[in-house]
Write a protein that binds this ligand. Structure first.
Ligand code: NAD
Length: 480
């Protein structure tokens, strides 16, 4: 009996465009093909950009009521199809079904949120210093936006870029990561069936150095919103500057600290670290990969966290009993295991995990290093797997200093019962997001998201702040 594998095509000007088909696998079940996708070449990307250019003025000119209706319909459809989309996402990316449900829900809510953002004021009026002059700041769309996304949030990241881009009157060409084309393909179907005029939203799937590069170098693109690794982000920045001085927004890597002070509730500290370091197999840019722990609680914390990490059930993400899924690819698994070796060679001690499950699938046990120092590679480089290291410190001053001693600056957390320590940390942590007594990895869609240093360049994403990237302020003076 032959079974048909679902497939996803590129979307250009409202038409589905085929290409060479490539399979997309399940990291929990090697050999299982989740879907096939049509690989786009530079010509398909060019056609998508041209279609977006033609469609953008008409879309921006539509009354906001009709833009709102379409965005709301996209969000509602995503929410109605949550279970089916979550299973697909979980099968192609490997996160637990419960996490995938949360991600799909977030994507749906994001479209609905931006539908309603259109009712917010879109400009400002100033008093002019000149007589009989009216001064105002209006917003106009950026134009055609290229959106380049990573694999670790296959639907939420495309949603939190595409939804505001469309809401503020832009046309979009989305290039998702190759590992997660099924989620992007389903999102494209939903958008295409929502009543969206052809060409306003386009999907091109393929290699970064081919279709991604076409977006970066094309004069038909006005801005790039990118999420991915810091190395790729630097390249994106250089290409945008070299090709038409495009506007760009980069959200990149992290090496996020979670500080645990002596006065912390041990249970809260372990819960925050377990979630922040290991859930989603540590494949979150906001994961707590450096646990900076004060000496008085250090040994109890390490013992309790190692026990809790060791007890996590690693298994198929669709099995409701699993607490940790696989890592995304064999390459990622081997990189994680390399870092285990590097950490040991540097003198850190593995107190939990350190190995992968020797059966089928890319399953890595949650891994905790004790006796780490902040100058070790495992404490400086983003591993992007279920690996965290514990660094011992004497007091809050040292904790803040170690937390900030990194090129990154995305998310930082502290576990403490001291109000003054929490306030100081919020003030002094060199980071775009700060959490107190919560995991570093939980964020909300209506609040700004982004980092500092090597984690970010450009305006914040999400919430009302997204408008700063997707629209251009125009200062208008009218004499009367
Ligand atoms: P990546 O940098 O390898 O790829 C990201 C995207 O860029 C992919 O779509 C890829 O195809 C594309 N790309 C690669 N080369 C390109 C080129 N030359 N031109 C144009 N596009 C190109 O990242 P990844 O492995 O997919 O994702 C993991 C990384 O993403 C981690 O570093 C993680 O921290 C980061 N991330 C950051 C955030 C955040 O908001 N700060 C969120 C999620 C993930």
């Amino acid at each position: 009996m032959t079974t048909t594998v679902p497939h996803h095509l590129n979307l250009v000007d409202g038409e589905w465009v085929d290409g060479e088909r490539r399979p997309n696998g399940n990291p929990a079940r090697p050999g299982e093909v989740v879907s096939e996708y049509a690989v786009a070449g530079r010509d398909t990307a060019r056609a998508a950009i041209e279609a977006a250019r033609r469609a953008q003025p008409g879309w921006a000119g539509q009354p906001i009521g009709s833009r709102m209706d379409i965005l709301d319909r996209i969000g509602t459809t995503i929410l109605r199809r949550t279970e089916e989309l979550a299973v697909l996402l979980s099968r192609e990316e490997g996160k637990l079904l419960s996490e995938a449900r949360g991600e799909v829900t977030r994507a749906g809510q994001t479209f609905r949120y931006y539908a309603h953002q259109l009712l917010q004021p879109q400009g400002e009026v100033y008093s002019s210093t000149r007589p009989r002059v009216h001064a105002e700041v209006r917003r106009r769309p950026l134009g055609v936006v290229g959106i380049i996304t990573p694999w670790n949030y296959p639907i939420a990241i495309p949603a939190w870029k595409v939804a505001p881009a469309l809401a503020y009157g832009n046309a979009v060409v989305l290039k998702p990561a190759e590992l997660v084309t099924a989620s992007a393909g389903e999102l494209a179907r939903i958008i295409n069936e929502s009543g969206m005029p052809p060409g306003v939203f386009n999907l091109v799937m393929g290699a970064g150095r081919v279709v991604g590069e076409e977006l970066l170098t094309s004069t038909g693109i006005d801005g790039i919103s990118f999420t991915g690794g810091t190395g790729t982000g630097s390249h994106v920045a250089q290409q945008c500057l070299a090709h038409g001085n495009k506007r760009f927004q980069l959200e990149m890597g992290g090496k996020n600290p979670l500080v645990v002070l002596d006065d912390a509730d041990l249970e809260v500290a372990v819960r925050c670290a377990l979630d922040g370091s290991f859930f989603s197999s540590g494949q979150r840019c906001t994961a707590s990969s450096r646990l900076i722990v004060q000496a008085g609680i250090h040994d109890r914390f390490v013992e309790a966290l190692a026990a809790a990490a060791g007890a996590l059930r690693v298994g198929d993400p669709l099995d409701p009993l699993s607490e940790l899924g696989p890592v995304v690819s064999p390459e990622q698994l081997s990189q994680n295991l390399d870092y285990v070796r590097i950490g040991r060679d540097e003198g850190a001690t593995v107190v939990a995990g350190g190995t992968h499950r020797p059966d089928e699938g890319q399953f890595m046990r949650p891994t905790l290093f004790a006796d780490a120092r902040n100058d070790m590679r495992v404490a400086r480089e983003e591993i992007f797997g279920p690996v965290a290291c514990v660094i011992s410190v004497d007091d809050l001053d040292e904790a803040i200093s170690v937390a900030g001693d990194t090129e990154y600056g995305l998310s930082a957390g502290i576990v403490t019962t001291s109000l003054s320590a929490a306030e100081r940390f919020k003030r002094d942590a060199r980071s775009g997001i700060v959490s107190v007594n919560l995991p570093t990895a939980g964020t909300e869609l209506h609040l700004p998201f982004g980092g500092t240093g090597a984690s970010n360049h450009g305006p914040r994403e999400q919430g009302g702040y997204a408008r700063d990237f997707y629209s251009v302020p125009v200062t208008c003076y009218t004499g009367w």
